[in-house]
Design a protein around this ligand. Structure first.
Ligand code: AMP
Ligand code: MG
Length: 470
């Protein structure tokens, strides 16, 4: 594998060597051609891929675990770092720029804090499919390249088996990477990190009068877009600690995430989130809070007043993006105040009815399916009135159906679907992973062989509980 490792080259203030500890009987359970294409890799994994990522063959550069800190559930933790992830290096693709390769679950690192450095098959499948599902919905995300299963036992609440996820991101730097340096007063290193990120990923900022301020503004803008994408598609991240916030504004670190089935604004997907800090509808406010932590970490580089002013732009940026996306879900290219009132009325009816979020919007996308939708809301006069007003609003709108169909997925990675794939994979059958991968990578398309996934989730799905234990 042809790799460079510019992040490791920044030095020991940013990362430490992390050896990959091989798993027993490694098997490539899934390979994602679409992510591989980003690297310019065609025709399956490169020679000896499994040996490289399982630590059985030496790589061009020693893998490293990155150092970061973070606010976890609002509480400052001065040192976290990659406890079970190792960055192998970077593929410099001529067409698609740099992509860091990271292995998650490769064994303990200097930052494991007593953990085993492993990832169980269950959580690895969820991240593998979840990240591709988010990307498939045109929301920025880390990408998943490969999933490796093994027979190495690991203990969580019960015995499970260890797996590896190979994920891709231009850089895995997080808000917490900045926070750790700022908290230690390492201003020179903080500047080195900011320069590294700006020169590689925010080049436009170099031309600005105040490049560090422009960088902070750009991160705020990307994060606003990101969260608006989540909110429009019913995605709850579940653990929005500052160490899980990507400096590139991509969805990072999939744990107890969920796409909502029934619409419930206060939906909590993380069973360990007792106070609902990371409830679905709190995500914009939490993103703002996290951005303020990033701003505090940048105060050696950005003047406080300017940073505060930049942060004050977040709510308007978020709202603009969210309204545009919700308008598109209704088939509208522009959204005025009356249109926005339509969106809000619909959401309030859906919340009252606990309507299935994705299914409702998909059935709304085509006039031909409005009857089925009306059937789901039978007897709800408020909905009947709303639907009539909506049909009138969109009657003459060119491309309304095409716009709506392009923004309302037919298929989602619902928790129960991942759960079925997990149970089969635990018995050595990976075919569902392949099937779901193809489905979630093209969620707006029709998949005649997957109609059962357009139905409401089965009753047993309501009892599924997800925690951070992964
Ligand atoms: P996460 O909730 O996956 O974002 O992880 C939070 C922190 O705990 C990160 O620093 C992880 O690297 C670390 N961590 C999670 N699971 C393990 C594990 N099994 N072994 C070592 N560190 C872990
Ligand atoms: Mg994390």
């Amino acid at each position: 594998m042809q790799l460079t490792h510019p992040f490791a080259a920044l030095g020991p203030a940013f990362s430490r060597p992390a050896e990959l500890l091989p798993l027993q009987d490694p098997r490539l359970a899934s390979w994602n051609d679409s992510a591989a294409a980003l690297l310019g890799w065609q025709g399956g994994p490169p020679a000896d891929f499994l040996e490289f990522i399982n630590g059985e063959r030496g790589l061009p550069h020693a893998p490293v675990a990155s150092l970061y800190a973070g606010h976890q559930f609002g509480v400052w933790v001065p040192q976290l770092g990659d406890g079970r992830a190792a960055i192998l290096g970077q593929v410099d693709s001529a067409e698609n720029g740099p992509w860091e390769l990271q292995v998650k679950g490769g064994g303990p690192t200097p930052f494991s804090r007593g953990g085993d450095g492993r990832a169980v098959l269950r959580s690895t499948i969820r991240e593998y499919l979840g990240s591709e599902a988010v990307h498939g919905l045109n929301i920025a995300s880390t990408r998943a390249l490969a999933l490796v299963d093994s027979s190495t036992p690991v203990w969580r609440e019960q015995q499970e088996t260890a797996a590896l996820l190979v994920r891709l991101c231009p850089t895995h730097v997080r808000f917490g990477t900045f926070e750790v340096l700022a908290s230690r007063g390492q201003t020179q290193e903080l500047k080195t990190l900011a320069d590294f990120v700006i020169e590689n990923f925010y080049r436009d900022c170099l031309a600005a009068e105040q490049p560090y301020l422009a960088f902070y503004q750009a991160v705020i803008g990307r994060t606003a877009e990101l969260v608006a994408g989540w909110m429009a598609q019913g995605f709850a991240h579940g653990v929005l600690n500052t160490d899980n916030m990507s400096i590139l504004g991509v969805t990072l670190d999939y744990g107890p995430f969920a796409f909502m089935d029934a619409y419930e604004p206060g939906f909590i997907c993380n069973h360990s989130d007792h106070h609902g800090r990371y409830a679905f509808d709190r995500q914009p406010a939490i993103a703002l809070w996290n951005l303020s932590c990033l701003g505090s970490a940048l105060l050696a580089l950005v003047e406080r007043g300017a940073a505060e002013e930049a942060l004050r732009q977040f709510p308007a940026q978020y709202t603009r993006s969210f309204r545009r996306r919700m308008g598109a879900k209704l088939g509208l290219a522009t959204v005025d105040e009356r249109d926005w009132a339509l969106v809000e009325q619909l959401l309030s009816i859906m919340a009252r009815q606990r309507a299935d979020y994705a299914r409702t919007f998909r059935l709304l996308s085509r006039r031909a399916t409005h009857d089925s939708l009306a059937g789901l809301f039978a007897g709800d006069t408020e909905f009947a009135r709303w639907l009539a007003a909506y049909r009138e609003r969109t009657a003459g709108v060119a491309n309304a159906e095409a716009t709506a169909l392009a923004h309302n997925p037919k298929y989602l990675l619902r928790n129960y679907m991942a759960q079925i794939a997990i149970e089969r994979a635990e018995r050595g059958d990976y075919r569902d992973i392949e099937r779901l991968l193809r489905l979630v990578q093209a969620p707006f398309a029709e998949h005649p062989d997957a109609q059962e996934y357009f139905q409401s989730p089965p009753a047993w799905a309501a009892g599924l509980q997800l925690s951070c234990s992964s």
